[in-house]
Design a protein around this ligand. Structure first.
Ligand SMILES: [Zn+2]
Length: 183
C-alpha cells in the first residue's frame, strides 16, 4: 500500500507579505520505504516530530530524506534525521558515502530530473491507488504558480519541466502549498 501525504503545508512570503517561508513537507510510504520529502525550515522542529507521531512514526522510522532541490527553505531540517539516507540530485547518501540512485527507486517511486527553477531539481512520481502524485518542489510553488518564476535558473527548461510534470501526474504537491489535482 503506497501512501503520499502532506505533513506540513508550505507557504511563501508572497502569501502573507511577511518574511515567513517554509517548503511543503511530505511523507511517502512505499513498503519498507518511509521517506520525508523536503524537511523544510520551521519555527520549531517539534512541529514535524508531532506530525510524524500522528501517523504513528518516529524520527528513527524514517528511512530516507528526499530533497527536491538545494534551496535552504527545503532542506534546513535535514539534520533531524541522522539515521536516514539522503537523496538529492547528485546521488543517494548514506552517512558519508554517496552512490548513484536508480531512476526507479522502488516499485512505485520514480525519480525524474525537472530543471528550470534550479539546475538540480528533482520530481518524485509516486504511483498510488488514486493515481500518480508528483512531489515537484518549486517546479510549481502553488497551483499553477508562479506564472513568472523570478528565481528560475532557466526559464525555458522550467517550462519544459512543468509540461512533463503535468503530463505525468494526476496530483501535484507543489513547493509551497497543499496538494491539488493536475487537470
Ligand atoms: Zn526553490
Amino acid at each position: 500500500m503506497v501512501e503520499v501525504k502532506v505533513l506540513i503545508e508550505g507557504y511563501t512570503s508572497a502569501d502573507s507579505g511577511e518574511e515567513k517561508i517554509c517548503a511543503t513537507i511530505s511523507l511517502i510510504k512505499d513498503g519498507d520505504n518511509k521517506i520525508v520529502v523536503d524537511p523544510g525550515v520551521l519555527e520549531n522542529q517539534k512541529m514535524l516530530v508531532d506530525k510524524l507521531k500522528e501517523g504513528g512514526l518516529s524520527i528513527s522510522d524514517i528511512t530516507a530524506v528526499f530533497l527536491t532541490h538545494s534551496h535552504i527553505d527545503h532542506y534546513r531540517n535535514i539534520g533531524m534525521f541522522p539515521e536516514a539516507k539522503t537523496l538529492e540530485y547528485y546521488g543517494l547518501w548514506d552517512r558519508n558515502t554517496v552512490r548513484d540512485y536508480q531512476e526507479q527507486f522502488s516499485e512505485n517511486i520514480r525519480i525524474i530530473k525537472t530543471p528550470g527553477h534550479s539546475y538540480d531539481a528533482l520530481t518524485f512520481l509516486v504511483k498510488t491507488a488514486d493515481g500518480v502524485v508528483a512531489v515537484c518542489g518549486d517546479v510549481f510553488w502553488e497551483k499553477d504558480l508562479p506564472e513568472e518564476d523570478i528565481y528560475a535558473s532557466d526559464k525555458e527548461k522550467l517550462k519544459e519541466s512543468r509540461k512533463i510534470v503535468l503530463e505525468s501526474a494526476d496530483w501535484i504537491i507543489p513547493g509551497h502549498a497543499g496538494i491539488y489535482k493536475a487537470k
